[in-house]
Design a protein around this ligand. Structure first.
Ligand code: DHB
Ligand code: FE
Length: 279
């Protein structure tokens, strides 16, 4: 039986790619952010995942506003990174796991999640930068299954629906007959808003409460509508829906192995957590 050994939740910001390319990790602006990641890498070296199920939102590279699936799952043998226009260097392709992807898709559709299935898919910074932070040599030692959530264009799936999707992914992985060790990653958030009158909006109180809820009260954010979540966390802060999916894959009781929170990275309050199923 495949096993979820833990989850990593982290922000994704294009400027991180620029900082890596320029070697700015130890600059005062960046150091508190990058210093969050050595403990994550130590943890990964210990839990040794074979597969990462990576829950993120596409920013117009693979899906655009004309075609916007609520939930999409990759089922490709390989996922390439392409230039999104931020000017950050692209990274090596990621090896997929089509068999596990199709198992997930079949199980999720059987549980009434009507997914878009993607046998070809390019991946953007929300996928590649968290991977590069976890594996800085970008010589990926894992296979990947991308899960894309629409956090971009209304109507968005509710936090409750995202949490339930995570729970269904957890059940599907538990049913997979292989002996893979799986880490689920959720990327995006925490509070930020890039557009409109509130551009630059950050809500530290909400972020810290949300991070605490990941450990102690995982369904906490489901009390809010997506409109309320946008009000509380910003038009892009609502990417925290990807954290809800990742959290849903873990049991109710978890152990926090690591966390970091730092303001700002570009326009974003950056959050980072490593959670394991409680012993
Ligand atoms: C920024 C944050 C994001 O989540 C994103 O997708 C693009 C830009 C930012 O803070 O600059
Ligand atoms: Fe984003």
């Amino acid at each position: 039986m495949a096993k979820i050994v833990g989850a990593i939740t982290t922000s994704h910001v294009p400027a991180i790619g620029g900082a890596i390319a320029k070697g700015l990790q130890n600059e005062p602006y960046w150091k508190p952010f990058f210093d969050g990641f050595p403990p994550v890498r130590d943890w990964l070296a210990k839990v040794k995942p074979d597969v990462i199920v990576l829950v993120y939102n596409d920013h117009g590279l693979n899906f655009f506003l004309d075609k916007m699936p609520t939930f999409a799952v990759g089922a490709a043998p390989e996922y390439r990174n392409a230039d999104e226009g931020w000017g950050i260097p692209t990274v090596a392709p990621f090896k997929g796991d089509p068999e596990l992807s199709w198992h997930l898709i079949e199980q999720l559709v059987a549980e009434d999640f009507d997914l878009v299935t993607c046998q070809e898919m390019v991946v953007d910074h929300a996928f590649t930068l968290p991977m590069a932070l976890c594996y800085p040599d970008t010589n990926w030692p894992v296979r990947v299954v991308p899960v894309c959530v629409n956090t971009v264009q209304a109507p968005l799936p509710s936090a409750a629906r995202c949490y339930k999707l995570g729970q269904a992914i957890g059940r599907a992985i538990a049913k997979w007959p292989g002996d893979e060790r799986v880490v689920v990653m959720g990327t995006g958030g925490l509070s930020h808003q890039l557009d409109g009158e509130r551009a630059g909006f950050i809500n530290k109180d909400f972020d810290l409460k949300f991070m605490d809820s990941m450990v102690h009260e995982p369904a906490w954010a489901t009390r809010y509508s997506t409109t309320e979540l946008v009000e509380l966390s910003g038009t892009q802060g609502v990417e925290l829906l990807n954290w809800m999916v990742a959290r849903g894959t873990l049991p109710a009781k978890v152990e926090k192995k690591h966390a970091n929170y730092y303001i700002p990275i570009s326009n974003t309050a950056s959050g980072l957590m490593v959670l394991e199923p409680a012993a």
